[in-house]
Design a binder for this molecule. Structure first.
Ligand SMILES: NC(=O)c1ccc[n+]([C@@H]2O[C@H](COP(=O)([O-])OP(=O)(O)OC[C@H]3O[C@@H](n4cnc5c(N)ncnc54)[C@H](O)[C@@H]3O)[C@@H](O)[C@H]2O)c1
Length: 412
């Protein structure tokens, strides 16, 4: 077992990485962590920059400079843009350090496979930061499903509508983009970024072992855009999985009202429901009810779990490694093989009370998402006037299959 104080390198400290920086400071005062270095080309813009400098923690523009300097750590936490996840993960593992990489694992299946190979070659661990998967409520629910206590899992549905305006899409040079300005794939969308958690969660819960997700086999996907972005901001899909359960997902940023996440999972012996802010509740057919708690409760639990895993890898096994996270990436390939349809410009509205809150939204989309979610119908199956038939894509279920081979366009 390693020393109690775990050495950490943080990559990406503004954006979401700021939360890790704050948690690291808190854990440092408790003697649990030592911040060895930060890596971020814009580190000087961090609100804690003056403090960081006063502590003497080395700061680098890129990971290579840090590794070349000989600095070592137990754990590297990667919260950089999606385009860098694969290369930074592989470099950190090759340097002999464990890695917690933020979700999504990366942009492409090829990158994910490289990350797995680097993990295997290094003997270190790689976890992907889907915080719900590390949460006690989701772990307990998955344990009950795997133990057969709720009957066979048949279907899973989730909907989420999170308003995201100009500030969100202009906060960096890759938001809403297919590729970043250097041409690296990012596939940024609500599916691959802000609401990725909730598609991943369904796949994770439906996995046939604690560390596996269900394998998507066929995706019927629809993609739309209201914002002036390259990729899409609204989508829905139906997935067939190798393991059997059907998965339905609805998401948008082109909304004024916030919905969810909200999910409903059907098992032979139970109905499982969750609405944002509440608890995951299973209602069993024998009349019993089980409250699993709120999966949002402790978003930094994943970080502390990884620190514990560095201290004692036998006591703290893998939770959400690449094998669990790659199922989501496979779905993203399907979405990216789907044409993006423009939402009707004449119906879009804009709220711009203040420049920083400027938001593009399609009135009524929130209610339509809820209706699709409740009825189990994609936008086109509800015959929404702006919708277009789903694209059906075969997804890779084994190492030899090609990615995103389109079966046919349109549903009959
Ligand atoms: N788990 C969650 O709830 C959650 C929430 C938000 C974001 N995220 C994930 O965190 C990651 C970052 O998202 P974000 O919204 O903070 O992005 P962002 O673009 O707002 O911030 C990225 C940070 O990385 C820095 N950076 C850019 N290039 C870098 C490089 N080559 N090396 C090191 N640092 C670099 C930037 O300067 C910035 O500080 C994404 O994968 C995103 O999906 C996760």
């Amino acid at each position: 077992m390693k020393t109690q104080r775990v050495g950490v390198i943080l990559i990406g400290i503004n954006g979401y990485g700021f939360r890790f920086l704050q948690e690291t400071f808190r854990l440092e005062t408790l003697g649990e962590v030592r911040l060895q270095a930060v890596i971020d080309p814009a580190a000087a813009q961090n609100p804690e920059w003056a403090y960081l400098q006063s502590t003497g923690v080395p700061a680098f523009d890129d990971l290579k400079d840090c590794l070349d300097s000989g600095i070592e750590a137990d754990l590297v936490v990667i919260v950089s843009p999606i385009a860098f996840h694969a290369s930074q993960t592989c470099a950190a593992l090759a340097a002999g350090m464990d890695v917690l990489c933020e979700k999504p694992i990366c942009a492409t299946m090829a990158e994910a496979r490289r990350m797995m190979a680097a993990r295997d070659a290094s003997g270190r661990y790689l976890e992907i930061g889907y915080q719900w998967s590390f949460s006690s409520p989701v772990q307990a629910l998955k344990t009950d499903i795997l133990a057969g206590r709720l009957g066979s899992l048949r279907s899973l549905r989730t909907c989420v509508a999170w308003p995201r305006g100009e500030v969100y899409f202009q906060r960096n040079n890759w938001a809403g983009r297919v590729r970043d300005p250097e041409g690296r794939p990012v596939f940024d969308s609500p599916v691959n970024n802000a609401t990725a958690h909730f598609l991943h969660n369904m796949l994770f819960v439906a996995g046939i072992s604690p560390t596996l997700s269900a394998t998507p086999k066929i995706i019927e996907a629809e993609c739309y855009r209201g914002n002036l972005i390259e990729n899409f901001d609204t989508a829905c899909c139906r997935l067939e999985t190798v393991e059997g359960p059907e998965v339905l997902f609805f998401t948008t940023h082109c909304t004024k009202e916030k919905i969810g996440p909200q999910f409903s999972f059907s098992c032979d012996e139970a109905q499982i429901e969750y609405t944002a802010g509440g608890s995951i509740i299973a209602r069993l057919s024998n009349g019993d009810q089980k409250d699993y708690g709120n999966p949002e409760g402790d978003p930094m639990e994943k970080f502390r779990y990884c620190l514990d895993r560095c201290r004692d890898p036998h006591k703290f096994p893998a939770v959400c490694g690449p094998e669990a996270a790659i199922a989501h990436t496979s779905c993203v390939q399907g979405f990216q093989a789907t044409p993006v349809i423009a939402l009707p410009a004449s119906q879009l509205q804009y709220s711009n009370d203040k420049p920083e809150t400027k938001l593009t939204f399609l009135p009524g989309l929130d209610a339509e998402i809820l209706e699709g979610y409740r009825k189990g119908l994609l936008f086109s199956e509800m015959k929404l006037p702006w919708s277009s038939p789903a694209t059906r894509v075969s997804l890779p279920v084994g190492p030899t299959e090609t990615i995103g081979a389109r079966e046919a366009s349109g549903l009959s």
